[in-house]
Design a protein around this ligand. Sequence first.
Ligand code: NAP
Length: 341
Amino acid sequence: MFKLDIRENVPLAPLTTLEVGGPARFFVTARTENEVGEAFEFADAYGHEVFVLGGGSNVLVADAGFDGLVIQIAIKGVERDGPIVTAAAGEDWDRLVEYCVSHGLAGIECLSGIPGSVGGTPVQNVGAYGQEVSETIVSVRCFDRNDGRIVELSNAECRFEYRKSILNSSHRDRFVVLAVTYELKADGRPKIVYKDLIDHFAQGAASLHETRDAVLRIRRSKSMVIEPDDPNRRSAGSFFKNPIVSRSVFENVASLYKEVPSFPAGDDGVKIPAAWLIERAGFEKGCVHGNAGISTNHNLAMINRGGATAAEIISLKNAIQAAVAERFGIELVPEPVFIGF
Ligand code: NAP
């Protein structure tokens, strides 16, 4: 009845950048939009829970694995009509950035080197160095799990906020991203607003290519580009969101330290880098916790040092959260999606 190649007991760790966790009871790779629909029909017919997997760069799988169907989205294809680019969800994100930069299209150059696939970018409104995908997304093509139809969500309908959209909040688990359409600027200027980039280009104007190269260099220096010989490579990138706190909470932190890095956020909020809080709470770069640990190049990346279990990662996460809460009264919220917990 089902033509799909559904496999059983497929290890998930190799499909994630953290390389941690157990198998999926059922697993299917969807290479077309139709296959996504068929996979959900299979799950519905047998009452299986579903997890949709993209690039695996932002997930932590439980040691026992996932007792349901994992659908890996592997739909490919990029189409361009002038500055309008539509990419299928399974395309590698950084290859799309490279493609746009090489065609002189501005708007996503600061998002170079981010691991993962195109489909993940609207979900949490991926952003870096002052640029967010919400600035260029025109629409997001989705499979609607409620009625099995395909819908095009406009930018406004996605309700993008800082690391947030309806896809990871009010409508979490309803829409599966199939493709994303971006409107870029032909012959546009790169966006240079963050200190790291401003310092880098202090000598003069930068091209899109130079901006991409600079972002890649900065990210590499923090082990935020996955490279095979980097001992910090097994990670899910930033493990915590950068907290936005009220003025009074910020004053409390500022009463403990002379110089607290901070940035205004919204009407009355203050954004404090999570990495700074983690370090001041006693978790330094390179800190070891069994086979888990913190990257030697970035306090915000928890790593699998080799052979780590999900339990070890969770135990380190809990210890960091408890220490930051006790020292600063701030709750750190994890960024990765937890599967099978
Ligand atoms: P970073 O550049 O050391 O910055 C640390 C914090 O300072 C971040 O919260 C950043 O805000 C904030 N910040 C720095 N300059 C700012 C400015 N001019 N205006 C407002 N806020 C400013 O951060 P990092 O950890 O090395 O990461 C590099 C970039 O990649 C950051 O932009 C980070 O957010 C981004 N990143 C994004 C994701 C994601 O989208 N899921 C995951 C990992 C890293 P922002 O967070 O708003 O940039």
